[in-house]
Design a protein around this ligand. Sequence first.
Ligand SMILES: [Zn+2]
Ligand SMILES: [Zn+2]
Length: 292
Amino acid sequence: MPLLYYWTRENYVRNMDSRDWFHLNQGSPLLREVTEGESLWAFTRNSRGAFVLVAELVITAKGLNSPAWTERYGPFRVWGSMTESAYFDAERGVEVESLLRTLSPKIQAARLGQSFQGHAAVRRLTVEDHLRLCAFARGLPLHPRVHPDGRRDVARALVDEELSVELALPEGRPALPGWLSEGPPPPTWTQSRVYARDGALAQRLQRLYEGRCQICGWDPSSVYHRQLCEAHHIQWLSRGGWDRFDNLILLCPNHHRAVHSLDATLDFADLTWRFGGRREPIQLNAHLERAA
Ligand SMILES: [Zn+2]
Ligand SMILES: [Zn+2]
């Protein structure tokens, strides 16, 4: 079941500023009805007040949020493919209201936004209407910040950025930006954006799990006498995640690489990772709460 979502302008601007991309959190249980490979379309108002299409998320996974995220953003979450999803340029977009008003069932409200409030911010689309939106979106300019090279495929850049930022910030350093003034950036430092990260949290995680990977339980210190596991941000910092203990998980380098490379998602309903179709439950857990 494809879906249509009304992104209030305020949230749209805030989410785009914080690069909160390729996922959507919502209170509407309709997010559970969309299936993998289907689209969630989003529209908003641009600065001239025109309704415009701003995103097509091609869904790769859905699940429940952690309790902390549920409180703030709603319990339901969908993830969009970073190679197939598209964000359109709201300012250069073409007005879409006249098309939206022909969708079935018909929108009755005089002002479009009125019929998309609260849980009604998400509604079902017929396959036919989805195809009409596809045709409409074909010529729309892509958002220059999300798709700087004009292509839909931004996966590589985001995956590398997030991982290199996590690995490039050594544990125990003070939070940025103070650290930046200490010397030249590490060689992987090619990003335009800097994320503050508290090394003490990673140390706490290492102590709690005695350095073991929370997915496979591997204990590198028993073999190499080194802490080789890495703290990973479950909701990536580069996609709006928090640098908080309840957003961190300790992973061995293999699992860490796999999580980034496959853009794996953690469903808090059962604390199980989705690597595409493959599922791996967390084996060691003493700090993450399941969704209620
Ligand atoms: Zn592992
Ligand atoms: Zn990571």
